[in-house]
Structure formats: structure tokens, C-alpha cells
Design a protein around this ligand. Sequence first.
Ligand SMILES: Nc1ncnc2c1ncn2[C@@H]1O[C@H](COP(=O)(O)OP(=O)(O)OP(=O)(O)O)[C@@H](O)[C@H]1O
Length: 708
Amino acid sequence: MSVSSIPLQFFLSDFWIPTIDGLEHSEPCKHDSPAEPDSIYDAWLASRHTLPEGVGRGVPGASRPITVTNLKLAHRMAKLCAPEMLKLFWSHHPLRALLMVSISFVRGIFPVFKGYSHAMIINEVQSLISSGHFTWPHLVRLLGTEFLRVVLEKYLDSFATNNEHLVQSSARFSVEYQQMEQRVRLDVPTLSDPIVRDLLSESDLFVSSFQGVGGFGLLSPFDFIRIFTLLSELVSHIYILSTLQYGPLPLITLAFSLLSTAYPFFQSSFMLYRYGFEVPAFTDNDMRLAEKQEQMRQLSLSESHRPEVMLFGLGPWILDTWAAAREAGLGINPSRRPQESIFSHMNVAEVLTALQNIPFVLMLQSSTSLGSLSLYRSSIQSIVYTVSNLFITVQMAIQGIFLMGAFCASMQIEPLLQPKREEKVKYESKTGGMRIEARNLSFTYPGCTEPALKNVSFTLEAGETLALVGYNGSGKSTLGKLLLRIVDFNSGELYINDVDIRRHDPAELHAATTAVFQGFSKYNGTVSENVGVGYVADIACPEALRRAVRLAESERIVDGLPQGIDTRLDAYGFDAPPPPPGPMPTCGGARPAWMPHGLSGGEWQRIALARAFMRAGRPEVHLLLFDEPTSALDAHAQNKICDTIDAIARAPSGRRTKTVVFITHRLATARRADKIAMMEHGCITEFGTHDELLARGGAYAALYRASL
Ligand SMILES: Nc1ncnc2c1ncn2[C@@H]1O[C@H](COP(=O)(O)OP(=O)(O)OP(=O)(O)O)[C@@H](O)[C@H]1O
């Protein structure tokens, strides 16, 4: 998007609405932010607290008001981010980057050359008409020069575009790479922090600004270079004006010309201020409305939701909810519309444009050169437009700096589960599996008041099998995630092989575990990809894939698929992505390879089991955790899977080599375990063997009897 196409209101409204500054003073920071923030993150956080209440507080990308505080913050951020950004520009194509900046300067002078060349031609033609003192060779030379100028400008433009494209693509790849690299590093607790989410969203906006999408106040460092072009354009126009010969009333004429050309901008900004134009930032309410509207739109389009939409008769409700949100979002409600006055309909600018001709005529009295007048007029207009563009660009650049700050700050986020370097202990394998000892573990999900786990304590010796049983919502899956180091606990202690779990690198622990989650992932890919991600080193190894599929008792299912293990699976239900380009299948014809194949719930569960089995048998894996792995399987298949897990957890000699944790509602499966933990309301209320718990006659015994 070119800078000139950005509405001027975008810039002026922030400047001309004084309440923003006032609000900033009346709204002290909720967090203690230092006067000169030490880190980029602090500066970014401080800038968020300068947003007025209700306007964009919770909306990533909301434009910060232009205040002294924010200018200082932007300056601090730019300083802190500069090394990182310079590296980004220089790392791939230093010479081309230098060329890009230089060409930006040169391009700014082009409009002046153009005006000058046109003026010379006009002068020559004027001589022809008025005095006849002109020479054909001179006019031809001038036309030739103009032709050369056009060719040169076009050539430089196309060279600059190609050069920019190359430098920009490399920088874009780098920022996208860094963004991806950081995303895959971050763990669940880090990502569940709402401030981190906002930071990442603003960081994403910065990354997308490299796509050249513009709009919404996005300005990448590349667009920032355009400021150089605008500056050189401004300076060259001012220079041209200073070299012109003026007639009578030079200063008054100049002032009138400048003011009359600039008037439309002042008029529009005055109207915005006087007649209550809203700040062009999205309010929290706008975002809620947009979200609701999108949710309803998706619901109406989604084919996978269609059966329930039909069954529950949701059509009218979807339509009404969407319409209410959309109407409010579009401002169709008349009370939201800004007041308009008769003045807003008057186009005074047109009157002024007519009046502008008066000083020109006055100048014409003394000036002999029509070309100079044309140059004068085009320079005046260019100066006003360049200055206004410069203001818009600078204002957007300031917003861009906050997004750039978000990007740089996001790069410095350390995953919460990662231990400090000095506290880190390497995970040591223990023959016979993982020993787990939990002491008074408590955990509350972020934003919740009721803990999901309360004072959970138990010990599981290496190689033992534990079944976690209990009512819905009693905390079984949460405990499983704690053991797998997916989430962190709030209090208590958890020891793995007698070492505090918090001192281990989660990646090392994860390499020593395998799991099937209750809500396992369905990847948009082939069977082999869906299974192979369990151990990516073997994702292209047919034997390893076959073995995992066989262990999960899914050979028959996979062999029955149209392309066997290479069949693409339908992970989206009916909402599969559009087919790739190519011939469409004819009615009754063979099923094309790209067409994803659906699976039943139990079949998907076997695929997830096969994924876990990809690495389960490996010697470095010491903990196998299965959260309802066989809930959708028939009793026969369940028993076979349990036998398989038991076999995997043992050496050929029969000695236990892996610790196994089952989360299950099937007590027939639970009774096979060495230990059973009965969970109620986030606590382990009973712990022991099946026989011990039955003899106790408590909640487990009651549940077991009910299941018979
Ligand atoms: N992401 C979450 N955010 C907030 N609360 C959650 C979240 N996940 C689970 N909970 C809450 O934590 C409690 C324990 O949930 P958990 O999934 O551990 O139960 P469960 O025993 O595995 O249940 P089920 O047998 O139904 O699978 C529940 O009250 C649940 O509502």
C-alpha cells in the first residue's frame, strides 16, 4: 500500500484529539514501569498502559496515542531494537540493502526533475507562441531529455523494485523463521499468559508487515525507508522554490499558495475534532462483536457442524446473532454515527483551488516564464502533499516501532518450564523405568479460582503401573499433564528419579516419555505422517511405521484404506481444505489420491496409539502415559492393547523396563495396574492395589461394583 493512499484521518485524529493526552495523565500505569524502561519488553508493556481504557486495551495492534510518553517509549524501543533490525537487513544482502537506501534518496528527487523538464518544454513552446524566438533543435533536445528522464526513471524504478523485493524477501524469511523458531520453543504455561499472547499477536503483526500488506497501521522497516524518499522529495522541492524568480508580493503569494493547498487537510482534521470523530482504534467491544460475528459466520459455513445445526434448529439463532453483531460492527445503529453539520458538506477546497489562480495571475504580470509558474505551482502542491505523507508515515512508523518492539521482546521470552542454566540437571535414565514421587502437588488453571489438583501425593516405583481412576473432572488428565511436564504445578514437589522435575529440561524429559492424550491431535496428512510424528527420525522408515501400526492393532484398518498407509486422512471432518489443482474426479470414477479419507473415532484412536508406539519401545523411553487410550475401542481390542503395552514395558526377560500410567474409566483395565489412585475433586482419596481398595469398601469399591 502506498503511503499516499492512507487516509489522513489516521494520522490527524491522534494529533488533534486532546482527550487522549488527558486520559493518559488521568490513568496511571497499573504496573510499575520505570521511567526509562530497561528492556524492550518493559517499554512495550508501558506503551500498552498508555492506551485509553476501553480503547484497544485488550486488542493487540491498537494504535498508541501520540504523546510525549509514547514518543519517548518509541525512541527507547527503536534504540533497543536497532542492533537486531540492522542485523536483519545486513545479514543477507548488505550491498543491496545499502543500494536500496541510496535509491530511496534518489527517487525522491525525480519529481523535481520531472517538473523542471516540463517547465523547460513549456517555456520553449511559450517562446514559440509569443515571440517566435525559439529553435527546433533546442525543443527537440528538451523533448529528448524528457524521454531519457522517463526511460531512466522507469529503469531505476524496476531495478529498485527488484532489489527491494530481494532484500525484503530475505528479511521476511528471517523474521518468519525467527517467529516460527520462537513459537515452537514456547511451552503451554508461557502461551497461556494473556500478556504473552498479546505480545505474540503484535509480534505477528510486525511479521505480517513484511508481506507488504500495509493497512491497519502496519509499517515494516522497509516502508520506513520511504521516509528518506519523502524527505529528499521535500528538500528538492523547497530548493526549486527558492531558485524561482518571484513577482510582486512574493511572501504573501507564497503563504497564500501554501495555506490554500494545505487547507483541505486542516479542514478535514478540524471537522474530525469539532464533530467528534471516534479514534480509529478498535475498542474491546468492537473486537468482541467481530469475534461473535466471525464465530457465527464460521458456524453457518461449516459443514462439520451442519448435523447439529440442523438437529438443534440453530439456523435462525445463528442468523440473528450474526446480524446483531454485524450491524453493531458496521455502525448501522444511528446513535453511533458521528454528527454531521452543513459545513462538512461544503467543499471550501474547491473554492480555494479557484482562488489559487489569482496569485498566479499576479505573478504572471512580472514573470515572463510560464514554465516557472507551472514549476512553482507543482512544487507548492508537492510540498504540501509530501509533508502530509511524511506526517502519516512518521505516525505509522511510530506505531510500527511498537510492533517491532513486540517482535524483539517476543524473541526474548523464555519458556516458563525451562530451568535456569545454573539449576539445570541432565535427565539420567534409570534402568527399570521412571521413579515418580509427588508431594502435596496443587495446581489451578490460569484464570480459575478452584484448584484442579489439591495436595496430591503418591510414589510410583520405576517399572510400576499406575491407574488413575475417578469421576469426570476429578483431575486425572491434569495430573497426567503435570507428570509429562506439559504444565507446571503451583505448589508442592515432584521428583523424577529423585530429582526435582523443575530442574530438568522439558525436552529431555519428553524424549524419555510417550503418551496418548485424551484429546489427541489429528494431523492433516497421510496415515504414515500421522503415525510417524511419534518419532520423526523414523517418519520415512516403512518398517518402523508398519510395526507401530501393527502394535496398535490397526493393520487391517490401514490396509483397507485406498492408498494404504499413504492415504490422506480427513482431520477436518467435512471442512477439508480445497483440493489441489488438477482433474476433478468423475462421478463413479476412482477416488483421487488427494481426497482425504475419514476414520471412525475408534480408528483415529488406534492411529494415536500407533503414534505413541512409534517411540514406546525405544530404550530411552521410560514413561508411557495413556489418557483414555481405549475409550472408543471394543472390549476385545482393549485387552489386546493392554497386553501390548505390558509387553512393551518389559524386557524380553520379562523384567519391567518402563513405568506406565493409565488414565481410565474402565475399571477392568485399572485392576491390571500395580497401583490404583482414586481421584475425587482434585485429590487422591484412595491409593493402593485393586484388592486393597476393594477391601477398603470406599469410593473405588463402589465405582467398581457399579461397573460390573
Ligand atoms: N484448560 C483448562 N482450563 C481451566 N480449567 C480446566 C482446564 N482443563 C481442565 N480444567 C478443569 O480442571 C478440572 C480437572 O479436569 P481434568 O481434565 O483433569 O479432569 P478428568 O478427571 O481428566 O476428567 P475426565 O474424566 O472427564 O476426563 C475440571 O474441573 C476441569 O473443568
